[in-house]
Design a protein around this ligand. Structure first.
Ligand code: RP5
Length: 156
């Protein structure tokens, strides 16, 4: 199963590289797209509507400003949608966070931290790992390595 990674602008890519790098690290296939809820609404609908039958399991959607992208993606699919609020040029990304996290009842979007691209990918991997034992093992190994790094750390 694959993960869709969509962002509203090429200006989001600097942050979103961390998501695709993390998916690659776990050997998860993905497709990246730049599509905007307000600049390319028809193309966004077409791409999102075809994802399930093309073998996608979830979508990561990143946007800044009035970040309605994740909510609109969620409106067009019943695949799980993970929103990444991008720290835009104004308001420190708070506008992005609130517009993603405050989805009205009925159309859920799971939202990670502002610029939280890596966690979005990890959450997507965990979703796939529910039914993929190899991926679950890789996630267990990742967690163990992370814990060992913390335990081995020293202060000056
Ligand atoms: C949103 O507006 C994008 O997701 C981006 O975070 C923000 C600014 O886009 P650009 O003006 O840099 O293209 O649609």
């Amino acid at each position: 199963m694959k993960i869709g990674v969509v962002m509203g602008s090429t200006s989001d890519w600097g942050v979103m590289k961390a998501a695709t790098e993390t998916l690659s690290q776990f050997g998860v296939e993905f497709e990246t797209k730049v599509l905007s809820a307000h600049r390319t609404p028809a193309e966004l609908e077409k791409w999102v509507s075809g994802l399930r039958e093309r073998g996608f399991a979830a979508v990561i959607a990143a946007a800044g400003g009035a970040a309605h992208l994740a909510g609109v993606v969620a409106a067009f699919t019943t695949l799980p949608v993970i929103g990444v609020p991008i720290k835009a040029r104004t308001l420190d990304g708070l506008d992005s966070l609130l517009s993603m996290v405050q989805m009205p009842s009925g159309i859920p979007v799971a939202v990670v931290a502002i610029d939280g691209a890596k966690n979005a990918a990890l959450l997507a991997v965990e979703m796939l790992a529910i039914t993929d034992p190899q991926l679950k093992q890789r996630m267990d190994d990742f967690r163990r390595a992370q814990a060992e790094k913390v335990l081995a750390s020293t202060l000056d």
